[in-house]
Design a protein around this ligand. Structure first.
Ligand code: 6PG
Length: 477
């Protein structure tokens, strides 16, 4: 019998997805540009299920039952377009082509439209969870038509991670919705990682703890409300000793964070949409700053504070304070990310259900966490809520974190430990709370130098003041 699903592109993510389908009893056709990889997969893992190795895209498409379901797992960008161009002439109406890479959602919109015009379904799907997730159950975020999800959804739901008996996969929305949500997922991932890194930095360089001690702190936190994949692996990384030198692993790794671009896309898109995702933006900037070796070297002599360590009385409760600051900042970062999902959904008419996104992120993906169940519950209570911060649970957590959060940010400033993530989260929070923002002054400045006009609190309309003629009433424009 013909294969039920095909995977082309057998680098580690593609290979593991193919194995995951096979392990779930599906007949899987596999293809790779260099055939050796296809053979290696079947040689090594053929026993796991029913694979059909194919040597060309012609063979590959001929090996699939109809409507065909095939997953492309190649590099985002031109390589994806190249495969699509080669595949399309080999397909028939109603076939479903899935792109499981980290594509930009605007590319996905373009590809979806082009394939739709040829009677094909194109599904841009986020797949999160790294190599292990792909094999053992990722979180899957497919976009595309309803019809495509009818054909494909059951298979994806089968191989996805399961939490409380529910699959970490759902139909996100039309065309680029799935890749948009995956992009924001990655932006949140950047923000979360940055906050955790700042917590580590504070415990180490203000609190005076050593990496193995900090690992123990993270392990303890992982037993509480911060429980998450990222906190768990942080403890493991901090506890790791470099085999060659016997030093803590984090002390032998060059402190320059790299990035492949999805976090940057999140921020670029947020700027277009006018959504203040300051936590994600600071995380992207922090990574890029870390990479400016010359600039950092030239700046190493800049003056700093004279005190550089906490006194011991303060350090006793410091770890608890940092836990509070981390949780509060995390709430803010996620609230910003979810706001971006809602803004994208409104802009493109996707009707994304934010609670469903929190639900499918509870397992499989990099940001999986106990916390996401809270977010799910918050949106179940009110799907249209303007911000997660207004949910009762989060309100209480933020109330409880107030003094600790502020102590941590001010301690960091006093001791000269950079905490852009914590600080921007607090600034965002205080800006939202503020009854009056200094934006009125900015409007005055704009009107002064450019006659850009302003609105008043007591009357409708746009006004301009004749700044050169004091005493003259403002003009309505
Ligand atoms: C995931 C990850 C995955 C990838 C990141 C890494 O959800 O499984 O997000 O997509 O590991 O894109 O991104 P950087 O290389 O930009 O840190």
């Amino acid at each position: 019998p013909l294969a039920q699903i095909g995977v082309t592109g057998l680098a580690v993510m593609g290979r593991n997805l193919a194995r995951n389908f096979a392990r779930h009893g599906y007949r899987v056709a596999v293809h790779n540009r260099t055939e050796a990889r296809t053979r290696a997969l079947v040689d090594e893992f053929g026993g796991e299920g029913d694979f059909t190795a194919t040597a060309s895209l012609e063979e590959f498409t001929a090996a699939l039952e109809r409507p065909r379901r095939l997953v492309i797992m190649v590099k985002a960008g031109q390589p994806t377009d190249d495969v699509i161009d080669e595949l399309v002439p080999l397909l028939d109406e109603g076939d479903v082509v899935v792109d499981g890479g980290n594509a930009h959602f605007l590319d996905t919109r373009r590809r979806e439209q082009a394939l739709r015009e040829r009677g094909l379904h194109f599904v841009g799907s986020g797949v999160s969870g790294g190599e292990q997730g792909a094999l053992e159950g990722p979180s899957i975020m497919p976009g595309g038509s309803e019809e495509s999800y009818r054909v494909l959804g059951p298979l994806l739901e089968d191989i996805a991670a399961q939490v409380d008996g529910r699959p970490c996969c759902t139909h996100v929305g039309p065309d680029g919705a799935g890749h948009f949500v995956k992009m924001v997922h990655n932006g949140i991932e950047y923000a979360d990682m940055q906050l955790i890194a700042e917590a580590y930095d504070l415990l180490r360089h203000a609190g005076g703890l050593q990496p193995p001690e900090i690992a123990a702190v993270f392990r303890e936190w992982n037993g509480g409300r911060l429980e998450s994949y990222l906190i768990g692996i942080t403890a493991d990384v901090l506890a790791h000793t470099d085999a060659a030198t016997g030093r803590p692993f984090v002390d032998v790794v060059l402190d320059r964070a790299e990035q492949k671009g999805t976090g940057r896309w999140t921020v670029q898109t947020a700027l277009e949409l006018g959504v203040p995702v300051s936590g994600i933006a600071e995380a992207v900037f922090a990574r890029s700053l870390s990479g400016h070796a010359e600039l950092r070297k030239a700046s190493a002599g800049l003056p700093g504070p004279t005190e550089t360590w906490l006194d011991s009385a303060a350090s006793d409760r410091f770890a608890e304070d940092v836990e509070q600051a981390l949780y509060a900042s995390k709430i803010v970062a996620y609230a910003q990310g979810f706001q971006q999902i809602q803004a994208g959904s409104d802009e493109y008419g996707w009707r994304i259900d934010p609670g469903a996104m929190a639900t499918i992120w509870r397992g499989g993906c990099i940001i999986r966490a106990r916390f996401l169940d809270r977010i799910r519950a918050a949106y179940e209570g009110d799907r249209e809520r303007p911000s997660l911060l207004t949910d009762e649970h989060f309100l209480q957590a933020l109330a409880g974190a107030q003094s600790a959060w502020r102590r941590v940010v001010s301690t960091a400033a006093q001791l000269g430990v950079p905490t852009p993530g914590f600080a921007t989260a607090l600034a965002y929070y205080d800006s939202l709370r503020a009854r009056v923002l200094p934006a009125a002054l900015i409007q005055g400045q704009r009107d002064f130098f450019g006659a850009h006009t302003y609105r008043r609190i007591d009357r409708d309309g746009s006004f301009h003041t004749r700044w050169e003629e004091p005493g003259r009433p403002e003009e309505e424009r």
